[in-house]
Design a protein around this ligand. Structure first.
Ligand code: DGJ
Length: 513
């Protein structure tokens, strides 16, 4: 029987399976409004995605479009997207732009937007109403859950056999901006109550939100109510069709106080509350536009929270972080934002206006695409061809990966069973990938090196009175996990073992004398 896309554990690592096979999402998220028009997709998006070695498009579904009239669901555009994805040989991760998108209720249908009595807004301490329906509004959450369930039922009926759609994001960058919590009448009342019993048991402490969470009470309170709402919506959908579901976070970042980033969203500090309250989500994913991407990958990919990166910067460095995400952090997937632009000449790309970047707290260099396309394409190609090797060596001592983490990070020292390896990093250059890569010890003296902007010096084990030399250095390619050698580089080339900008691979065989 046909298996639905699902998360399974392989050697202790949570792995996405599609059509009963492990699947790495080599993805890209399209711009917010792209998937509202099938003809726009046909013209401006699909052709641009053909030459990137991608296998998945991360695309929005809009509640206002699907349920423009209360209770009548219209799946024409969604069906069209699925059809187009199939024609283009791609899978889809759908983003459910339901009650919340970037901390606002911008995609809820007009009939709900206008009915502010029933679908009440969250409020700031001074009574100002936000453009965000409160997660305490059960009536709104029920409507969203009903719509999401209808969508999932329709996907099961129309795509259950083909599995074009492989995953769902529930809402988008949820939380409240401009306030730590909802100060509406309903919000005030709930905030004065004791924390829910399940949280009291989990944290081993009873009392009001303030008594239990101190200065973080407002954010913890919102995290609980947002996670409860997402759980209701996800559960309703998964009852119809249990695709893997996740929620994404606008990161906690400068200036650091809740409300300067969406308060109550699934930022790392709120994961315990989110995980306890929304168990139907398989992971909580980071959207990464900050310059310190590797740190975020390290923080958000941990046991019990497999790394999926639905949005990330798309400058040249992204290919380095992509390599690190799959080889060091066992990522389920990786997906730069605004991917349809990568195919365009950099000067043809309209950068989001500075006002938008400031409002969304985005580092503007994240959108500079100079050189990006070729680096990302090559990296996606390598990850795809390395899949059998990654599945075999992930999590073992035979595979070690690295990425340059700061300007003063000059390299790393990797220990293998019979040899040690000094990896030197190149200085950071604009519009080039950062030093990154992975080394696999295939045999005690045979190593596969994959990466960019790195130099390698193999060394004897500490204290061994021997010298290391090469038996063979080969350039080559990887095809479905198999090494295909090209030139043998045993002449001048062996004086300096290095990779340049373009992600590449080589095989090295060593001996000691
Ligand atoms: C984060 C949001 O989730 C996306 O929808 C998009 O707005 C990007 N930021 C930046 O443009």
């Amino acid at each position: 029987m046909k298996q639905i896309p699902q998360i399974r554990e392989v050697n202790g690592i949570q792995t996405l399976y599609v059509d009963d096979e492990p699947f790495f999402i080599l993805g890209g998220e399209i711009h917010n409004s792209a998937s509202s028009s099938l003809s726009y997709m046909e013209r401006e998006v699909w052709p641009n995605l053909r030459d990137l070695n991608m296998n998945t498009v991360v695309a929005p579904l809009y509640w206002e479009q699907i349920e423009a009239e209360e209770g009548n669901y219209d799946f024409e555009v969604m069906d069209g997207l699925i059809r187009q994805a199939r024609e283009n040989g791609m899978h889809l991760v759908f983003l459910w732009f339901g009650l919340w998108k970037n901390a606002e209720s911008m995609y809820v249908p007009g009939w709900m937007k206008k009915n502010t009595e029933v679908y009440f807004r969250a409020e700031k301490p001074d009574g100002e109403k936000l453009n965000t329906i409160s997660p305490l509004c059960e009536a709104a959450v029920e409507k969203d859950a009903a719509a999401f369930a209808a969508i999932m039922k329709h996907i099961r009926e129309t795509d259950g056999e083909e599995s074009t759609v492989i995953m769902m994001q529930v809402e988008n960058e949820i939380g409240l901006m401009g306030t730590d919590r909802d100060y509406s009448v309903q919000g005030q009342k709930a905030f004065g109550e004791q924390i829910p019993i399940e949280l009291a048991e989990y944290f081993g402490k009873n009392g009001t939100w303030t008594e239990v969470f101190g200065e973080d009470a407002g954010e913890a309170f919102m995290a609980y109510y947002f996670a409860s709402a997402v759980e209701k919506i996800t559960e309703a959908g998964r009852k119809e069709y249990p695709l893997p579901c996740y929620a994404n976070a606008w990161l906690k970042q400068y200036p650091w106080y809740p409300g300067s980033y969406p308060s109550g969203g699934p930022v790392k500090e709120m994961h315990k509350i989110w995980k306890k309250t929304a168990p139907s989500l398989f992971t909580l994913a980071p959207d990464i536009y900050v310059p310190y991407v590797a740190e975020i990958l390290d923080r958000y990919g941990y046991e019990g929270n497999p790394l999926f990166v639905p949005e990330v910067r798309k400058d040249a460095m992204t290919s380095s972080y992509c390599m690190y995400a799959f080889t060091a952090k066992n990522a389920i997937g990786y997906s730069p934002f605004g991917i349809e632009e990568l195919a365009l000449p950099p000067e043809a790309v309209d950068k989001p206006p500075m006002e938008v970047m400031i409002a969304l707290n985005i580092d503007p260099t994240a959108f500079d695409i100079t050189g990006s396309k070729e680096y990302l394409k090559k990296t996606y190609g390598l990850i795809n061809q390395m899949k059998p090797l990654l599945l075999k060596y992930r999590g073992t001592d035979q595979m070690k990966s690295y990425v340059k983490k700061s300007e003063t990070d000059f390299g790393t020292f990797l220990r293998f069973s019979d040899y040690d390896l000094l990896v030197g990093y190149s200085p950071k250059q604009s519009a080039k990938p950062l030093s990154a890569g992975t080394v696999i010890e295939l045999e005690k003296n045979r190593f596969l090196l994959v990466g960019m902007n790195s130099q390698f010096t193999f060394m004897p084990k500490t204290g061994e009175p021997l010298t290391v030399d090469y038996l063979k250095i080969e350039e080559g390619t990887i095809e479905n996990g198999e090494w295909k050698p090209g030139r043998v580089m045993n002449g001048d080339e062996k004086m300096l073992l290095r990779f340049g900008d373009m992600p590449s691979c080589m095989m090295v065989e060593l001996y000691k004398y």
